[in-house]
Design a protein around this ligand. Structure first.
Ligand SMILES: C[S@@+](CC[C@H](N)C(=O)[O-])C[C@H]1O[C@@H](n2cnc3c(N)ncnc32)[C@H](O)[C@@H]1O
Length: 309
């Protein structure tokens, strides 16, 4: 199994593969608590008397120096995910709140249905084969993939055990008893725990805009590596032409949006196809075809990329 060393760090400061689970969905955490911040001195006075009394040196109310997001920085969760998105993807009440059709539709400005249908239409244009969905998504997309598409096997990878748990529960409810088994893998997309060329089709649904540039490059390189020759990558995400969109011209809305999504602006400005070409070259292949469909006036896009044989 190829497990390349990657540059982006998780909270533990470690590289690459963090955690995996098997077919049965059981999850194991590797260097779990390594990301806990080093403990500083307990008191500043030192000496025997102070040790015995163990008096706090700061008033109780000011003792929490550690920001909340650091509490989510464990079990190999990448630092950017804990820092900027703990409330949306790692905090259980947040997960319960967002994984609701109404809320996710609101987050996507009423376009959830359209984006889902467009993604499914794009996927079923050609044989899907072995299918990887990299990162869990809120709403019904994964259930619809499992129910409506014809694939040889479905693997779902995510770095968050809670997200995988939610997806497993949704699939267990929505799929019939005769359906194909789904493989769940807990791992960082920057260092996927799959062999080279394990899949024929991969889907990244609103993942890339949430990643800092180095993590984005690593995720694309890893996705290209695990795709077979002649494989397909389908990306559903924000569009690059968005600055001309009415929603984008509403200054306060744009500022709130970009505050909540700190890597979105960079993602919109980046040349996604050039980044994929670079990832393909790293994986020893090349891009042979790109098909881009704007959604909601180009605010979003569905991109299908085919790699050479
Ligand atoms: C796909 S994105 C956004 C989905 C979109 N907002 C929605 O729900 O429709 C959210 C998921 O990406 C996962 N994720 C973020 N960074 C990741 C990484 N480096 N590797 C694997 N999963 C990651 C999070 O754990 C979360 O489950």
């Amino acid at each position: 199994m190829a497990m390349p060393d990657r540059s982006s760090q998780d909270c533990a400061g470690s590289h690459g593969l963090t955690v995996t689970c098997g077919d049965n969905g059981s999850m194991f955490s590797s260097p779990a608590e390594r990301c806990v911040a080093p403990t500083g001195p307990i008191n500043s006075t030192g000496g025997e008397a102070a040790d015995v009394l163990a008096l706090p040196t700061r008033p109780l109310l000011t003792r929490r120096k550690r920001p909340v997001w650091r509490d989510f920085c464990r079990h190999g969760i990448p630092e950017y995910l804990a820092h900027y998105y703990w409330w949306a993807y790692l905090w259980k009440p947040g997960i319960r709140f967002f994984d609701h059709p109404l809320i996710i539709n609101l987050v996507l400005f009423g376009q959830y249905r359209k984006l889902t249908e467009q993604a499914l239409a794009c996927l079923e244009k050609r044989p899907i084969g072995r299918f990887l969905q990299l990162a869990c998504v809120y709403g019904s997309l994964t259930s619809e993939i499992a129910r409506r598409l014809d694939f040889e096997g479905l693997s779902i990878a995510d770095v968050s055990a809670d997200q995988l748990g939610v997806t497993r529960r949704k699939l267990a409810i929505d799929r019939g008893p005769d359906s194909l088994p789904v493989d769940f893998m807990r791992c960082n997309g920057e260092s996927l725990a799959y062999r080279d060329q394990s899949f024929d089709t991969a889907l990244l649904f609103f993942l890339l805009h949430e990643l800092p540039p180095s993590a984005r490059a690593a995720v694309l390189a890893e996705t290209a590596r695990v795709l077979s020759r002649g494989g397909r990558l389908v990306i559903v995400d924000y569009g690059s032409r968005a600055p001309s969109h009415l929603l984008h011209r509403l200054g306060p809305l744009r500022r709130i949006h970009e505050r909540l999504e700190p890597f979105l602006k960079g993602f919109r400005q980046a040349d996604l196809i050039a980044d994929i070409e670079q990832a393909a070259a790293q994986a020893g292949t090349r891009v042979v075809d790109v098909d881009e469909t704007p959604v909601f006036g180009g605010f979003y896009r569905v991109v299908e990329v085919r790699f050479g044989i």
